[in-house]
Design a protein around this ligand. Structure first.
Ligand code: PLP
Length: 368
């Protein structure tokens, strides 16, 4: 069945500002590698945006998570609690250090890490907790930070999906000890591939800068006191990032407008749950997401197929990590499993127009 309508992608970057000009300047000047003025400028702008002292740019969001863990001294024998309902990078970063990711369930209300389930999974080996702000909605941080304090654990925010979201008025990326962002092509802003760590801790910031550049001694070039990584960001990436930062507030406002427009069109359908926004949260709705109730007339996969036939892209929620081959565990995390089965991400690109959203809303109404 062919649709006469344009294809609506789940996501696409908007690069129509100063992106081309700044990248061209890197090419013209020859500063294309990991030295150049855009890198510190991007780091500073992003740190300011989050309200923290330090931003350290790296090659991608997974590298940012990995470096945060390494800088905190996490390694073999340690356990790190992560939500099972997240992108697999959160768990992989823990695995890279030799530590063990321990999976916790989600809250039904916010779809984020459930602090009560985290409490049940703390053991003498637990060293850190990584709350993820899933699909742009901040995790319930106060009880997580409280648990961490009681048990002397580190907290690393995985803010890869939530640039600009607020928890009790504070930007994500300013709540944990050291925090990770991603600038992959479908994130709130993009550098192509890219990542960044935020922290208020001068010592951790210095440690991360050192580790991202092969742990080269700051005093003596080509002298290495430990094993580091090449996790540097290029000036080309940072040039894109600076141009994207000029529009980040506009992108977030657009995401919130997209969510409000969908909500308006879908709120009367009783068998659909709209995305959460807790009273203490400002979501950036990275991916506008809905849950289908058990009594929705079509299955989740049938809904996605029907959208596809109408030239509308969509994505299923992440599969819980504890059911996937590398981390398969004989445990049940029922809330996350249920969310994963019933959740759909709908098109959320900042390039969406009113007519696009109305077309998607209409398609879903006809199935309900
Ligand atoms: C995108 C993402 C990452 C990884 O970022 P990359 O830049 O793709 O390495 C990590 N965690 C979450 C929750 C993400 O969505």
């Amino acid at each position: 069945m062919d649709s006469p309508h344009r294809f609506i992608p789940i996501s696409e970057p908007l690069l129509s500002g100063n992106e081309a000009a700044y990248v061209s300047e890197c090419v013209r000047s020859g500063w294309v590698s990991s030295l150049g003025k855009y890198i510190p400028e991007f780091e500073m702008r992003f740190a300011d945006f989050c309200g923290v002292r330090h931003g350290i740019a790296v090659s991608n969001g997974t590298a940012a998570l990995h470096l945060a863990l390494v800088a905190l001294g996490i390694g073999p024998g340690d356990e790190v609690i992560v939500p099972t309902l997240t992108f697999i990078a959160t768990a992989n970063a823990v695995h890279y250090t030799g530590a063990t990711p321990v999976f916790a369930d989600s809250e039904a209300e916010t779809w984020n890490l459930d602090p009560q389930d985290v409490a049940r999974r703390i053991t003498p080996r637990t060293r850190a907790i990584i709350p993820v702000h899933i699909y742009g909605h901040p995790a319930n941080m106060a009880p997580i930070l409280e648990l961490a304090k009681q048990h002397s654990l580190h907290v690393i925010e995985d803010a890869a999906e939530a640039h600009g979201a607020r928890y009790q008025g504070k930007r994500v990326g300013s709540l944990g000890e050291i925090n990770a962002f991603s600038f992959y092509g479908n994130k709130i802003i993009t550098t192509g591939e890219g990542g960044l760590l935020t922290t208020d801790d001068d010592t951790l910031a210095e440690k991360v800068r050192f580790l991202r550049d092969h742990a080269m001694s700051p005093e003596k070039r080509y002298w290495h006191t430990e094993i580091g990584y090449n996790y540097r960001m290029t000036n080309l990436q940072a040039a894109l990032g600076v141009a994207q930062m000029e529009r980040i507030e506009e992108f977030i406002a657009r995401k919130r407008w997209i969510a409000a427009t969908y909500n308006q069109g879908l709120r009367e359908i009783a068998s659909i749950t709209l995305p959460p926004e807790a009273s203490w949260a400002t979501s950036v709705y990275w991916m506008y997401s809905i849950l289908l109730a058990k009594d929705f007339p079509l299955s989740r996969d049938e809904v996605m197929l029907s959208l596809r036939q109408q030239n509308i892209d969509s994505r299923p929620f992440f599969y819980p990590i504890h059911v996937q081959p590398p981390y398969q565990a004989d445990i049940s995390l029922p809330v996350a499993e249920d969310l994963s089965r019933r959740g759909i991400n709908l098109p959320s690109a900042v390039t969406l127009g009113e007519e696009d959203i109305q077309r998607i809303v209409q398609a879903i109404r006809e199935m309900a």
